[in-house]
Design a protein around this ligand. Structure first.
Ligand code: 5GP
Length: 180
């Protein structure tokens, strides 16, 4: 059975400080140009809400939902369950993701948007599990590099629980991808 660690991996205070820094970096690079922020549901929703409120460039917001065809298979192809309802042609796009694990989701979305001729596409992830990358994708902004643990909290779930934790912790005894 998965057990919630009693320890905090990343505290509320550390998250808030890093989100401030990321927002400043993104705003500076954007230099007043409008940004279309695309949040990947559901795990990014709290990070995204905190980040967009700190950006100083004009922001519009959309969401996309990507699922694994088979949650038991690590390299499973991704499918789009819910998409941005227009093409992103000519726009500066910032993809916001909770976690870079294998990188397959980000890689898939970069291809998806590249086909629509955006002005630019950047990627911002809150967490980066540096030990588990399977594909080499360019990520522009990383909140925190973390060890290979199953993390929860601040939007991230296990079976839809723990998203509401204000900090990031981890669960022991979780095999990921989820086994049947
Ligand atoms: P990818 O392997 O494509 O980089 O990540 C796919 C998705 O797996 C992430 O968006 C996230 O929803 C989920 N994921 C990967 N590692 C973890 C983890 O440690 N905790 C949670 N809650 N989700 C994870």
């Amino acid at each position: 059975m998965p057990e919630l660690s009693k320890e905090v991996l990343i505290s509320e205070k550390e998250i808030a400080k890093r989100v401030d820094e990321l927002a400043e970096e993104i705003s500076n690079r954007q230099d007043g140009r409008p940004l279309l922020v695309v949040g990947i549901l559901k795990g990014s929703f709290i990070f995204l809400a905190d980040l967009v409120r700190r950006l100083t460039c004009p922001v519009t917001l959309e969401f996309i939902r990507v699922l694994m065809k088979d949650e038991r298979e690590e390299g499973s192809p991704r499918i789009i369950k819910y998409d941005v309802p227009f093409t992103v042609e000519g726009k500066d796009v910032l993809i916001v993701e909770d976690i870079f694990d294998t990188g397959i989701t980000i890689d898939y979305l970069l291809d998806h948007f590249a086909n629509q001729s955006p002005a630019s596409t950047q990627v911002c992830v809150l967490l980066d599990k540096t030990e588990t990358h399977k594909v080499d994708v360019k990520v522009d902004y990383v909140g925190f590099e973390i060890p290979n643990k199953y993390v929860i909290g601040y939007g991230l779930d296990f079976e839809e629980k723990y998203r509401d934790l204000p900090y990031i912790s981890w669960l022991d005894n979780v095999t990921w991808p989820l086994s049947s």
